[in-house]
Design a protein around this ligand. Structure first.
Ligand SMILES: [Zn+2]
Length: 447
């Protein structure tokens, strides 16, 4: 059964407008106390208590008749000890029987509505409760106010035998749900169902699902259409930029990302991606500006910290690079790539021991990273530990067989140990590297 349905009470709406009748019901009534929107629960039941004089003057609601027993809700002050626990409605919904859940839900909605509608929206005068809490009346302008309900549609879009589900950023990992949306004024439920899957959130989910299903071209179609109908949605533009840059179309990605940050300058992800794209096109100064903008939007944005540090390191500003690397590592201790780059910077700053520590931490963070093994080997070789270094170079080449630099490094150590045959094998591997410089170095040594 659905939560909050199956309410067994007779709301006596034909009699509750009579103040004398209502007062008589209160004399014989049982009251469900609420504290700050939480019902009183004991032994997994809603706890109804007889009237207490200290509740005089507190907001109360007539819930209805359970057979002949009148039931009310009362909003108590503070959290008095009444022999139960005031429990939030959502967790309570998991333990309460359906009828208690429905009654408590009714009570909470009515107490909340009365609390929020103490003043007339028409003229601002304090309103008075009527009909046991089901109506509020304005003594100044005579307007009557009734509790509103907000109709919602919940839908499961189906396509070729599959259904589309989505997740909210606040959901715990692995939790997905159907789509839901409010019915808007002047709209039927059917119309709301047709409109909602076109909302920005649904479009983002659809694009993500298509990308994960290995259909990036269809994801791009969805996003291109979505930004046309929601041109003010920064997240859609960002997602479009991300998909375009994943599709290796940086020239189109860039304007989309620019649109995203112009709509929402605090979208660190979009700045960061823009920076990465600029850096890969050799526009280092613009890339730096973008990474710094990402960090203004989100000072602990790990990716931007690491990328800015790497950029500064490549530009020779090692002290500043070190500052950003240290912050990046604090945010993301398991990022092997950042740790390797940090180690390179520390080595450049003539701090070999710290560099070695970082390189070791990089290998530990990702034992499958060829770069981490190779740079750790380089540092070990410099520290006169050829055997340990060789182990790392060999680990790097077995993880990435076409890693020319690691082959060169391994060959140098093998040659110094007099194992020329093994050294030659590695040089031959290095001579097949895609990098021209590596290839030339290998070929020179083979001659
Ligand atoms: Zn009024």
């Amino acid at each position: 059964m659905l939560s909050f349905t199956g309410n067994p009470l007779d709301r006596a709406c034909d009699r509750r407008a009579d103040p004398a009748w209502l007062a008589a019901q209160a004399q014989a009534g049982l009251f469900l106390p609420f504290s700050e929107g939480r019902p009183l629960v004991a032994q997994d039941r809603a706890l109804f208590l007889p009237w207490r004089t200290e509740w005089e003057g507190l907001p109360r609601i007539f819930l209805g008749l359970d057979g002949t027993q009148p039931l009310f809700a009362v909003a108590v002050a503070g959290e008095p000890d009444l022999g139960g626990t005031f429990t939030e409605m959502r967790p309570a919904a998991f333990v309460l029987p359906a009828r208690d859940c429905a009654i408590a839900g009714q009570a909470k909605a009515m107490l909340d509505w009365n609390r929020r509608h103490g003043f007339c929206p028409n003229c601002g005068t304090a309103t008075e409760g009527r009909d046991g809490g089901y109506r509020r009346w304005c003594p100044q302008c005579g307007a009557e106010h009734f509790p509103r309900t907000d109709p919602v549609v919940i839908m499961l879009p189906l396509f070729e035998g599959k259904c589309l589900i989505g997740r909210n950023a606040r959901f715990p990992g692995g939790l997905y749900s159907a789509f839901a949306g409010f019915v808007e004024p002047g709209e039927s439920m059917e119309e709301a169902v047709r409109r909602e899957p076109r909302s920005p959130v649904a479009q983002l989910d659809l694009a993500e699902a298509l990308t994960r299903a290995g259909q990036p071209a269809r994801a791009l179609d969805v996003l291109n259409r979505a930004v046309k109908s929601n041109p003010e949605d920064a997240l859609l533009w960002y997602q479009l930029g991300l998909s375009l840059s994943n599709a290796d179309r940086p020239d189109e990605a860039f304007p989309a990302l620019q649109k995203a940050v112009s709509l929402d300058p605090l979208l660190a992800e979009a700045w960061s991606l823009q920076g990465t794209s600029l850096a890969s096109h050799g526009q280092m100064e613009n890339a730096e500006t973008a990474f710094r903008a990402a960090l203004r939007a989100e000072p602990d944005h790990a990716e931007s910290l690491g990328n800015l540090a790497h950029l500064l390191s490549a530009a020779g500003d090692l002290p500043q690079a070190e500052y950003y690397f240290a912050r990046a590592i604090r945010m993301k201790p398991d990022d092997a790539e950042v740790r390797v780059n940090y180690a390179v910077t520390l080595a450049g700053l003539n701090r070999p021991e710290e560099a070695l520590q970082q390189a070791e931490a990089a290998v530990k963070a990702d034992p499958k990273s060829p770069d981490a093994h190779n740079f750790l080997g380089t540092l070990l070789a410099r520290g006169n530990q050829p055997d340990a270094a060789l182990r790392e170079f060999l680990a790097a080449t077995s993880l990435r067989p076409d890693f020319g630099l690691a082959h060169l490094n391994a060959a140098a150590i093998l040659a110094s140990k007099g194992d020329t045959a093994a050294a030659r094998t590695h040089l031959e591997q290095a001579a097949r590297d895609a990098d021209e410089k590596i290839r030339q170095r290998a070929l020179r040594q083979l001659r």
